[in-house]
Design a protein around this ligand. Structure first.
Ligand code: HEC
Ligand code: HEC
Ligand code: HEC
Ligand code: HEC
Length: 209
C-alpha cells in the first residue's frame, strides 16, 4: 500500500515539473507566442522605411479629415482652363450664349445625377469661378474637391479616408499619399463603363482552327 502511494507521488512530481519547467527548453525560451511578440517588440520604434522617394515630382497637399492626415495630389496646376476668372470676370448670365453651338464649354456634358439634383452651379461658384462651392454656399478650393463629393457620397468618402476606396500613391510605407476622387472619376461623368471579364470563348477557338 505504501509502495503504491510512493509511485503515485513520484508520478505527480514528474507531471508537475514538466508543467512548470518544460517550456524553459521550448522554442527560443519564451513561454508563449504572445510573450515572444512582447519581448521582441520592446525595442521597436516604428519603421525607417519611407515612400518619400516615390513621391518625388508629384505636387501634393496635406489634408486632415477626422482621425486621418494624409497627402493628396494638387489639382489646380493640372486643370487646363484654370484660372477660370481670366474669362469669368463678370456674372455668368452676362456671358451665356443661347446658341448651343457657341457655348464656351461645349465639350462638357453632364452625365452624373439628373437635372433636378444637379447642374453646373451645384458645384461651381457662379460668382467666383476660381472656387467650387458646397450645397450651402461655402467655398471649396479646387485642390479639395473631395469635399464636394463627400456631401452626397458619404459612404465612399468614409471608405476613402480610411484607405479602403481609391488607391495609394507611392507605397504602403509612410508618408501616406492617396489619389483623390477626381484623379479617377471625371466629376462631369463619374461612372465607369461596365466591363465583362474576359473568358475562354470556344466559338472563337473553332473559328480560328
Ligand atoms: C476662355 C474663356 C473661359 C475660361 C478660361 C473658362 N470659362 Fe467658363 N465660360 C466661358 C464663357 C464664355 C461662358 C458662357 C457660356 C456660354 O458660352 O454660353 C462660360 C460658362 C461657364 C459655366 C456655365 C455653363 C453654361 O453652359 O452656362 C460654368 C459652370 C463655367 N463656365 C465654369 C468654368 C470653370 C470652372 C472654369 C475654370 C476651370 C472656366 N469656366 C474657365 C468662358 C471661359
Ligand atoms: C459634381 C460637381 C460638378 C458639376 C455638377 C460640374 N462640375 Fe465642372 N468641375 C468640377 C470639379 C471638381 C472640377 C475640377 C476637376 C479636376 O480637379 O480635374 C471641374 C472642372 C471644370 C472645368 C475645368 C475643366 C478643364 O479640364 O479645364 C470646367 C470648364 C467645368 N468644370 C465646367 C463645368 C460646366 C460647364 C458644368 C455644367 C455643364 C460643370 N462643370 C458641372 C465639378 C463639377
Ligand atoms: C449634389 C449631390 C452630388 C454631388 C455633389 C456629387 N454626386 Fe456623384 N452622384 C449623385 C447622384 C444623385 C448620383 C446618381 C445616383 C447614383 O447612382 O448613386 C451620382 C452618381 C455618381 C457616381 C456613379 C455611381 C454609380 O453607381 O455608377 C459616381 C462614381 C459619383 N457620383 C462620383 C462623384 C464624385 C467623384 C463627386 C465629386 C466630384 C460627386 N459624385 C459629387 C450625387 C452627387
Ligand atoms: C483610385 C481610383 C479611385 C479613387 C481615388 C476614387 N474612386 Fe470611386 N470608384 C473607383 C472604382 C474603380 C469604382 C468602381 C466602379 C465600378 O464598380 O464600376 C468606384 C466607385 C465609386 C462609386 C460608385 C458606387 C460604388 O461604390 O461602386 C462612387 C459613388 C464613388 N466611387 C465615389 C468616390 C468618391 C466620392 C471618391 C473620393 C472620396 C472616390 N470615389 C475615389 C475608383 C476610385
Amino acid at each position: 500500500m505504501n509502495r503504491y502511494n510512493n509511485i503515485h507521488i513520484l508520478i505527480c512530481i514528474l507531471l508537475v515539473s514538466t508543467l512548470f519547467f518544460s517550456c524553459k527548453h521550448g522554442e527560443d525560451e519564451y513561454h508563449s507566442i504572445t510573450d515572444k511578440i512582447e519581448a521582441k517588440s520592446k525595442d521597436y520604434h516604428g519603421t525607417s522605411i519611407s515612400s518619400e522617394q516615390y513621391l518625388e515630382g508629384v505636387k501634393t497637399i496635406e489634408i486632415t479629415e477626422g482621425d486621418h492626415t494624409f497627402l493628396i495630389p494638387e489639382r489646380k496646376s493640372q486643370i487646363k482652363s484654370y484660372a477660370c476668372a481670366e474669362c469669368h470676370s463678370k456674372p455668368l448670365h452676362e456671358m451665356q450664349h443661347t446658341d448651343e453651338s457657341k457655348k464656351a464649354h461645349w465639350d462638357i456634358k453632364l452625365a452624373h445625377a439628373d437635372q433636378n439634383t444637379m447642374n453646373c452651379i451645384t458645384c461651381h461658384n457662379g460668382d467666383d469661378m476660381n472656387d467650387l462651392k458646397s450645397l450651402t454656399g461655402t467655398t471649396i478650393d479646387f485642390n479639395r474637391s473631395y469635399k464636394l463629393c463627400s456631401q452626397c457620397h458619404n459612404k465612399q468618402f468614409d471608405d476613402w479616408k480610411g484607405g479602403a476606396h481609391g488607391k495609394k500613391l507611392a507605397g504602403w510605407a509612410p508618408p501616406r499619399a492617396s489619389m483623390t476622387c477626381v484623379n479617377c472619376h471625371n466629376p462631369h461623368k463619374p461612372s465607369f463603363e461596365t466591363k465583362w471579364p474576359a473568358r475562354y470563348n470556344t466559338q472563337k477557338v473553332k473559328e480560328r482552327e
